[in-house]
Design a protein around this ligand. Structure first.
Ligand code: C2E
Ligand code: MG
Ligand code: MG
Ligand code: MG
Length: 294
Protein backbone atom coordinates (compact mmCIF):
# COMPACT_ATOMS: atom_id res chain seq x y z
CA UNK A 1 0.00 0.00 0.00
CA UNK A 2 1.50 3.33 -1.08
CA UNK A 3 1.99 5.92 1.63
CA UNK A 4 -0.67 8.43 0.59
CA UNK A 5 -3.36 5.79 0.23
CA UNK A 6 -4.56 5.67 3.81
CA UNK A 7 -4.94 9.42 3.93
CA UNK A 8 -6.84 9.52 0.65
CA UNK A 9 -9.15 6.80 1.79
CA UNK A 10 -9.81 8.70 5.00
CA UNK A 11 -10.60 11.88 3.03
CA UNK A 12 -13.06 9.92 0.98
CA UNK A 13 -14.51 8.42 4.11
CA UNK A 14 -14.79 11.85 5.72
CA UNK A 15 -16.48 13.23 2.63
CA UNK A 16 -19.01 10.40 2.58
CA UNK A 17 -19.76 10.77 6.29
CA UNK A 18 -20.22 14.47 5.71
CA UNK A 19 -22.61 13.76 2.84
CA UNK A 20 -24.50 11.26 4.96
CA UNK A 21 -24.90 13.79 7.78
CA UNK A 22 -26.06 16.52 5.44
CA UNK A 23 -28.49 14.11 3.78
CA UNK A 24 -29.84 13.10 7.14
CA UNK A 25 -30.34 16.71 8.21
CA UNK A 26 -32.07 17.45 4.92
CA UNK A 27 -34.25 14.41 5.36
CA UNK A 28 -35.18 15.56 8.86
CA UNK A 29 -36.17 18.99 7.60
CA UNK A 30 -38.16 17.51 4.73
CA UNK A 31 -39.88 15.11 7.11
CA UNK A 32 -40.85 17.98 9.41
CA UNK A 33 -42.36 19.77 6.40
CA UNK A 34 -44.17 16.61 5.36
CA UNK A 35 -45.68 16.37 8.83
CA UNK A 36 -47.08 19.89 8.70
CA UNK A 37 -48.25 19.43 5.11
CA UNK A 38 -49.63 15.92 5.68
CA UNK A 39 -48.04 14.47 2.57
CA UNK A 40 -48.06 10.87 3.74
CA UNK A 41 -50.27 8.11 2.43
CA UNK A 42 -51.14 4.66 3.69
CA UNK A 43 -50.98 1.40 1.80
CA UNK A 44 -52.93 -1.60 3.03
CA UNK A 45 -51.75 -5.19 2.84
CA UNK A 46 -54.31 -7.99 3.28
CA UNK A 47 -54.02 -10.38 6.22
CA UNK A 48 -55.68 -13.62 5.14
CA UNK A 49 -56.72 -17.12 6.04
CA UNK A 50 -53.76 -19.17 4.83
CA UNK A 51 -55.67 -21.78 2.87
CA UNK A 52 -58.53 -19.81 1.33
CA UNK A 53 -57.10 -16.31 0.98
CA UNK A 54 -60.18 -14.91 2.73
CA UNK A 55 -59.45 -11.41 3.96
CA UNK A 56 -59.49 -10.85 7.71
CA UNK A 57 -58.08 -7.37 7.70
CA UNK A 58 -55.32 -5.14 6.39
CA UNK A 59 -52.07 -3.86 7.83
CA UNK A 60 -51.67 -0.11 7.31
CA UNK A 61 -48.19 0.78 6.05
CA UNK A 62 -47.12 4.41 5.89
CA UNK A 63 -45.67 5.83 2.67
CA UNK A 64 -43.77 9.03 2.07
CA UNK A 65 -42.74 10.45 -1.27
CA UNK A 66 -39.96 12.99 -0.84
CA UNK A 67 -40.28 15.86 -3.36
CA UNK A 68 -36.94 15.10 -5.04
CA UNK A 69 -35.67 11.82 -3.62
CA UNK A 70 -38.92 10.03 -4.36
CA UNK A 71 -40.22 7.19 -2.25
CA UNK A 72 -38.36 6.83 1.06
CA UNK A 73 -38.81 3.41 2.73
CA UNK A 74 -40.54 3.59 6.12
CA UNK A 75 -37.72 1.61 7.69
CA UNK A 76 -35.58 4.73 7.05
CA UNK A 77 -37.86 7.63 7.80
CA UNK A 78 -39.64 6.04 10.76
CA UNK A 79 -36.23 5.75 12.46
CA UNK A 80 -35.57 9.46 11.83
CA UNK A 81 -39.08 10.32 12.98
CA UNK A 82 -38.44 8.42 16.21
CA UNK A 83 -35.17 10.27 16.86
CA UNK A 84 -36.75 13.65 16.28
CA UNK A 85 -40.06 13.02 18.01
CA UNK A 86 -41.93 13.57 14.74
CA UNK A 87 -43.23 10.02 15.07
CA UNK A 88 -45.93 11.23 17.43
CA UNK A 89 -47.52 13.52 14.83
CA UNK A 90 -47.03 10.95 12.07
CA UNK A 91 -48.45 8.22 14.28
CA UNK A 92 -51.51 10.33 15.10
CA UNK A 93 -52.15 10.87 11.42
CA UNK A 94 -51.66 7.18 10.62
CA UNK A 95 -54.05 6.18 13.38
CA UNK A 96 -56.82 8.51 12.24
CA UNK A 97 -56.42 7.65 8.58
CA UNK A 98 -56.40 3.89 9.27
CA UNK A 99 -59.48 4.10 11.47
CA UNK A 100 -61.25 6.15 8.80
CA UNK A 101 -60.39 3.43 6.30
CA UNK A 102 -61.74 0.61 8.43
CA UNK A 103 -64.96 2.57 8.95
CA UNK A 104 -65.34 2.61 5.15
CA UNK A 105 -64.60 -1.10 4.75
CA UNK A 106 -67.06 -2.04 7.42
CA UNK A 107 -69.73 -0.13 5.52
CA UNK A 108 -68.82 -1.91 2.30
CA UNK A 109 -68.86 -5.26 4.00
CA UNK A 110 -71.88 -4.52 6.19
CA UNK A 111 -73.49 -7.70 7.42
CA UNK A 112 -70.92 -9.96 5.77
CA UNK A 113 -67.56 -9.64 7.40
CA UNK A 114 -65.93 -7.23 9.76
CA UNK A 115 -62.42 -6.55 8.52
CA UNK A 116 -59.98 -4.89 10.87
CA UNK A 117 -57.05 -2.57 10.33
CA UNK A 118 -53.72 -3.31 11.92
CA UNK A 119 -51.66 -0.24 12.80
CA UNK A 120 -47.94 -0.16 13.55
CA UNK A 121 -47.19 1.75 16.71
CA UNK A 122 -43.74 2.72 17.91
CA UNK A 123 -42.68 2.62 21.54
CA UNK A 124 -42.48 6.44 21.55
CA UNK A 125 -46.20 6.65 20.87
CA UNK A 126 -46.97 4.30 23.73
CA UNK A 127 -44.85 6.36 26.07
CA UNK A 128 -46.64 9.61 25.17
CA UNK A 129 -49.36 10.62 27.59
CA UNK A 130 -52.93 9.51 26.95
CA UNK A 131 -52.26 7.19 24.03
CA UNK A 132 -55.27 5.12 25.03
CA UNK A 133 -57.45 8.23 24.93
CA UNK A 134 -56.14 9.06 21.47
CA UNK A 135 -57.07 5.63 20.21
CA UNK A 136 -60.53 5.68 21.68
CA UNK A 137 -61.13 9.23 20.41
CA UNK A 138 -60.17 8.11 16.90
CA UNK A 139 -62.55 5.15 17.17
CA UNK A 140 -65.41 7.29 18.43
CA UNK A 141 -64.85 9.96 15.75
CA UNK A 142 -65.08 7.33 13.00
CA UNK A 143 -67.83 5.33 14.66
CA UNK A 144 -65.72 2.18 14.69
CA UNK A 145 -65.97 -0.60 17.26
CA UNK A 146 -62.64 -1.30 19.07
CA UNK A 147 -62.57 -4.76 17.45
CA UNK A 148 -61.88 -2.90 14.19
CA UNK A 149 -58.35 -2.07 15.25
CA UNK A 150 -55.26 -4.08 16.04
CA UNK A 151 -52.04 -2.42 17.12
CA UNK A 152 -48.64 -3.88 16.22
CA UNK A 153 -45.69 -3.36 18.53
CA UNK A 154 -42.33 -4.87 17.70
CA UNK A 155 -41.05 -7.50 20.07
CA UNK A 156 -37.85 -5.54 20.72
CA UNK A 157 -39.67 -2.33 21.70
CA UNK A 158 -41.97 -4.27 24.01
CA UNK A 159 -38.94 -5.55 25.86
CA UNK A 160 -37.24 -2.17 26.06
CA UNK A 161 -39.62 -0.19 28.22
CA UNK A 162 -41.98 -2.72 29.65
CA UNK A 163 -43.75 -0.94 32.52
CA UNK A 164 -45.18 2.10 30.70
CA UNK A 165 -45.80 0.31 27.43
CA UNK A 166 -47.32 -2.75 29.04
CA UNK A 167 -49.74 -0.71 31.15
CA UNK A 168 -50.83 1.21 28.07
CA UNK A 169 -51.36 -1.98 26.07
CA UNK A 170 -53.29 -3.59 28.88
CA UNK A 171 -55.59 -0.55 29.00
CA UNK A 172 -56.11 -0.75 25.25
CA UNK A 173 -57.03 -4.41 25.48
CA UNK A 174 -59.53 -3.60 28.20
CA UNK A 175 -61.42 -1.36 25.80
CA UNK A 176 -61.39 -4.15 23.19
CA UNK A 177 -58.50 -3.16 20.91
CA UNK A 178 -56.31 -6.10 19.98
CA UNK A 179 -52.55 -6.05 20.28
CA UNK A 180 -50.00 -7.95 18.21
CA UNK A 181 -46.29 -8.52 18.71
CA UNK A 182 -44.68 -7.61 15.40
CA UNK A 183 -41.54 -9.29 14.04
CA UNK A 184 -41.88 -12.03 16.61
CA UNK A 185 -38.82 -14.24 16.96
CA UNK A 186 -36.29 -11.47 16.36
CA UNK A 187 -36.31 -10.13 19.92
CA UNK A 188 -35.49 -12.13 22.99
CA UNK A 189 -38.72 -12.59 24.90
CA UNK A 190 -38.35 -15.06 27.68
CA UNK A 191 -41.17 -17.52 28.18
CA UNK A 192 -42.15 -15.89 31.44
CA UNK A 193 -42.34 -12.46 29.77
CA UNK A 194 -44.36 -13.83 26.93
CA UNK A 195 -46.84 -15.32 29.30
CA UNK A 196 -47.41 -11.96 30.96
CA UNK A 197 -47.33 -9.72 27.90
CA UNK A 198 -50.64 -7.97 27.28
CA UNK A 199 -51.04 -9.21 23.71
CA UNK A 200 -53.46 -11.23 21.56
CA UNK A 201 -51.48 -12.07 18.44
CA UNK A 202 -47.96 -13.10 17.41
CA UNK A 203 -46.76 -12.07 13.98
CA UNK A 204 -43.98 -14.46 13.02
CA UNK A 205 -41.15 -12.47 11.47
CA UNK A 206 -40.47 -12.77 7.75
CA UNK A 207 -36.98 -14.14 8.44
CA UNK A 208 -38.62 -17.40 9.57
CA UNK A 209 -41.02 -17.59 6.65
CA UNK A 210 -38.32 -16.94 4.08
CA UNK A 211 -36.08 -19.76 5.30
CA UNK A 212 -38.76 -22.32 6.07
CA UNK A 213 -38.62 -24.14 2.77
CA UNK A 214 -34.88 -24.75 2.89
CA UNK A 215 -34.35 -25.72 6.48
CA UNK A 216 -35.88 -28.40 8.69
CA UNK A 217 -34.52 -26.52 11.68
CA UNK A 218 -36.47 -23.39 10.73
CA UNK A 219 -39.55 -25.54 10.26
CA UNK A 220 -39.12 -26.93 13.73
CA UNK A 221 -38.74 -23.40 15.10
CA UNK A 222 -41.91 -22.20 13.42
CA UNK A 223 -43.74 -25.27 14.67
CA UNK A 224 -42.52 -24.48 18.18
CA UNK A 225 -43.73 -20.86 17.90
CA UNK A 226 -47.14 -21.99 16.67
CA UNK A 227 -47.36 -24.47 19.55
CA UNK A 228 -46.31 -21.84 22.06
CA UNK A 229 -48.93 -19.43 20.74
CA UNK A 230 -51.56 -22.13 21.12
CA UNK A 231 -50.51 -22.82 24.68
CA UNK A 232 -50.67 -19.13 25.54
CA UNK A 233 -53.98 -18.66 23.76
CA UNK A 234 -52.51 -16.31 21.14
CA UNK A 235 -53.36 -16.08 17.47
CA UNK A 236 -50.51 -16.44 14.94
CA UNK A 237 -49.96 -14.69 11.64
CA UNK A 238 -46.97 -15.49 9.42
CA UNK A 239 -45.41 -12.44 7.78
CA UNK A 240 -43.73 -12.31 4.38
CA UNK A 241 -45.35 -15.32 2.70
CA UNK A 242 -43.99 -15.14 -0.84
CA UNK A 243 -44.50 -18.60 -2.31
CA UNK A 244 -47.01 -21.40 -2.41
CA UNK A 245 -44.40 -23.71 -0.91
CA UNK A 246 -44.08 -21.43 2.11
CA UNK A 247 -47.85 -21.12 2.42
CA UNK A 248 -48.32 -24.89 2.31
CA UNK A 249 -45.52 -25.59 4.80
CA UNK A 250 -46.90 -22.97 7.19
CA UNK A 251 -50.36 -24.46 6.85
CA UNK A 252 -48.99 -27.95 7.60
CA UNK A 253 -47.28 -26.57 10.70
CA UNK A 254 -50.61 -25.27 11.94
CA UNK A 255 -50.20 -21.56 11.20
CA UNK A 256 -53.70 -20.44 10.23
CA UNK A 257 -53.14 -16.87 9.01
CA UNK A 258 -50.69 -15.15 6.72
CA UNK A 259 -49.63 -12.02 4.98
CA UNK A 260 -47.22 -11.53 2.12
CA UNK A 261 -46.60 -10.89 -1.55
CA UNK A 262 -48.07 -14.30 -2.47
CA UNK A 263 -51.47 -13.05 -1.39
CA UNK A 264 -51.05 -9.39 -2.18
CA UNK A 265 -48.59 -6.56 -2.10
CA UNK A 266 -49.57 -3.53 -0.03
CA UNK A 267 -52.39 -1.76 -1.90
CA UNK A 268 -53.53 1.83 -2.24
CA UNK A 269 -56.68 2.58 -0.24
CA UNK A 270 -59.01 2.42 -3.25
CA UNK A 271 -57.65 -0.95 -4.35
CA UNK A 272 -58.08 -2.38 -0.85
CA UNK A 273 -61.68 -1.20 -0.75
CA UNK A 274 -62.30 -2.63 -4.24
CA UNK A 275 -60.97 -6.01 -3.12
CA UNK A 276 -63.37 -6.02 -0.18
CA UNK A 277 -66.29 -4.91 -2.33
CA UNK A 278 -65.92 -8.01 -4.49
CA UNK A 279 -68.37 -10.86 -3.99
CA UNK A 280 -66.01 -12.99 -1.93
CA UNK A 281 -63.39 -10.73 -0.36
CA UNK A 282 -60.80 -13.34 -1.14
CA UNK A 283 -57.37 -12.47 -2.46
CA UNK A 284 -57.16 -13.92 -5.97
CA UNK A 285 -54.67 -16.79 -6.32
CA UNK A 286 -51.23 -15.33 -6.99
CA UNK A 287 -49.89 -15.80 -10.49
CA UNK A 288 -46.26 -15.62 -9.54
CA UNK A 289 -44.57 -16.91 -6.46
CA UNK A 290 -41.72 -14.43 -6.41
CA UNK A 291 -41.99 -10.69 -5.95
CA UNK A 292 -41.28 -8.52 -8.95
CA UNK A 293 -39.43 -5.31 -8.22
CA UNK A 294 -41.86 -2.44 -8.29
P1 C2E B 1 -43.64 -4.43 9.43
O1 C2E B 1 -44.63 -3.82 10.32
O2 C2E B 1 -43.05 -5.73 9.84
O3 C2E B 1 -44.36 -4.51 8.02
C1 C2E B 1 -44.14 -5.53 7.08
C2 C2E B 1 -43.17 -5.09 6.01
O4 C2E B 1 -42.89 -6.21 5.15
C3 C2E B 1 -43.73 -4.00 5.09
O5 C2E B 1 -42.60 -3.23 4.65
C4 C2E B 1 -44.29 -4.82 3.93
O6 C2E B 1 -44.40 -4.08 2.73
C5 C2E B 1 -43.24 -5.88 3.82
N1 C2E B 1 -43.76 -7.14 3.23
C6 C2E B 1 -45.00 -7.62 3.27
N2 C2E B 1 -45.08 -8.82 2.65
C7 C2E B 1 -43.84 -9.09 2.21
C8 C2E B 1 -43.28 -10.19 1.47
O7 C2E B 1 -43.93 -11.17 1.11
N3 C2E B 1 -41.94 -10.12 1.20
C9 C2E B 1 -41.17 -9.06 1.58
N4 C2E B 1 -39.88 -9.06 1.23
N5 C2E B 1 -41.68 -8.01 2.27
C10 C2E B 1 -43.00 -8.03 2.57
P2 C2E B 1 -42.64 -1.65 4.65
O8 C2E B 1 -43.97 -1.15 4.22
O9 C2E B 1 -41.42 -1.19 3.92
O10 C2E B 1 -42.51 -1.29 6.20
C11 C2E B 1 -41.32 -1.57 6.89
C12 C2E B 1 -41.50 -1.33 8.37
O11 C2E B 1 -41.72 0.06 8.64
C13 C2E B 1 -42.70 -2.04 8.98
O12 C2E B 1 -42.41 -3.40 9.20
C14 C2E B 1 -42.89 -1.25 10.25
O13 C2E B 1 -41.99 -1.67 11.24
C15 C2E B 1 -42.51 0.15 9.81
N6 C2E B 1 -43.75 0.91 9.54
C16 C2E B 1 -44.53 0.93 8.43
N7 C2E B 1 -45.59 1.75 8.59
C17 C2E B 1 -45.50 2.25 9.85
C18 C2E B 1 -46.30 3.16 10.62
O14 C2E B 1 -47.36 3.65 10.20
N8 C2E B 1 -45.86 3.45 11.90
C19 C2E B 1 -44.72 2.89 12.41
N9 C2E B 1 -44.34 3.22 13.66
N10 C2E B 1 -43.95 2.05 11.72
C20 C2E B 1 -44.32 1.72 10.45
MG1 MG C 1 -46.20 -4.47 11.25
MG1 MG D 1 -43.55 -7.24 10.93
MG1 MG E 1 -40.88 -6.45 9.92
Amino acid sequence: VAKGDGKRRWRRYEASVHTAIVERLELRAALARAVSERTFTLDYQPIVVMGSGAILGFEALVRWRHPTLGFVPPAEFVAIAEETGLIEAIGDWVLHEAVRAVAGWRQVRAGRATPYVSVNVSAHQLRAPAFVDKVSAALTAAGVDPSGVMLEITESSLLRDDDRAWAELAALRRIGVRVAIDDFGTGFSSLSYLQRMPVDVLKIDRSFTSTISGSPRQRALVEAIVGLAGTLGLEVIAEGVESRVERDLLGDLGCPYGQGYLFSRPLAAAAATALLSGPTAVVPPARSTLPDRS
